[in-house]
Ligand binder design. Sequence first.
Ligand code: NAD
Length: 431
Amino acid sequence: MNICIIGSGYVGLVTGTCLAELGNNVICIDNDKAKIKKLKAGIIPIYEPGLEELVKRNKKEGRLSFGSEIKEGIRKCEIIFIAVGTPSKSNGEADLTFVEYVSREIAISMPSYRLIVEKSTVPVKTGEWVENTIKAFNKRNIKFDVASNPEFLREGSAIEDFMHPDRIVIGVNSKKARDILVKLYKPLNAQIVITDTKSAEIIKHASNSFLATKISFINAVSNICDKVGADIIEVAKGMGLDKRIGKEFLNAGLGFGGSCFPKDLSAFIRIGEEIGYDFGMLKEVQKVNDYQKRVLVKKIEELLWNLSDKTIGILGLAFKPDTDDIRQAPSLDIISMLLKEGAKIKVYDPEAMDRVKGLFKKGVKFCKDAYEVAKNSDCLVIVTEWNEFKKLDFKKIKNTMQQLIIIDGRNIYDSEEIKKLGFKYVGMGTR
Ligand code: NAD
């Protein structure tokens, strides 16, 4: 099939590349000309494991190309995916300016029937708005369908998630659209949930809100564990073995960040408000998530007393491991809070350093590895659970730190082992 992807960010680029890998002809469009220039030159603008190799192969074999003009892609392709950003407005609502703009461009340029697929995460009823917009600007009355096909990939394992999804959700209002999308996804051999467009839109917001709720729930329980001397890791294990609960997303820590959960939670709350329903439960989820960062800073203060002129070593900046994405990363708020207290910060992240350099005017030293961070630090704080931090040589670190304190914001270490080496160890709700 000939496919056009509009918006070549994390989702658009991965979707386009994977669809090319499945044998389709794909053109990825982006209005960021610098990004397209890089992609044409074989430079991948984001860090995503395995992506570079796939892009290069599909480009070389002629199935994947890039462009910056929407009409370039629309002329040749029957299926058009909208994968542009849908960021939060200041009131939490999803900003659909890009989606509207792209819909108009599609309407003006489509030469014959087109299936327009919402891949971006959008509020319920966006499909209707896209349809109305295309109708209004499609003066030649060309037939089209609008479908919703929300994306569930996770940054860091995006290719694996796309190629082996738990399910594919397709929201369609016509048989033609349904047949095209079912055929497109057939090679993945995955379970397909076919529903109407509005239900598909809600599935995405409800799924992300539910996962965020699970994270905040276990974090709230971890705060109780902290106060009474129980261990959240054992509590989570005891809970998660119950099949009705499941063990995924029960890792207590610093809460969620990234470009999706915080934004989608706010958008879902706003959707409720607009239709007169107060989704108060989700507001509480946000509150717990914000609070976790304060919990961490409080733990640091309890161990170091005054933070003025103390050196805090931060391991991890990305909002989660295996990505360079720092959007809404807990690290940024934590560093800001510590700087306000007068602390000096040393940081290291395997992929996200360049994105953070420039965000803090002074007080932050960017180091070449975790060992340089530890050197002369008064405490070492794990903020992102990168695999390389799980394998640190603490015997080596021990000889270089100012004070032997490890604060494990992601509960990645065996506390007993760290304590045996002579460190003070504090986790999030652990013993
Ligand atoms: P992103 O910011 O990485 O990419 C969006 C791209 O769209 C950018 O490259 C931008 O330049 C481009 N764009 C904006 N306006 C355009 C226009 N008029 N024409 C062409 N290109 C345009 O965002 P993302 O992380 O890929 O997310 C895209 C959507 O997918 C969002 O709705 C997001 O919520 C959703 N989503 C993201 C993830 C994720 O893990 N990142 C997962 C599932 C769903």
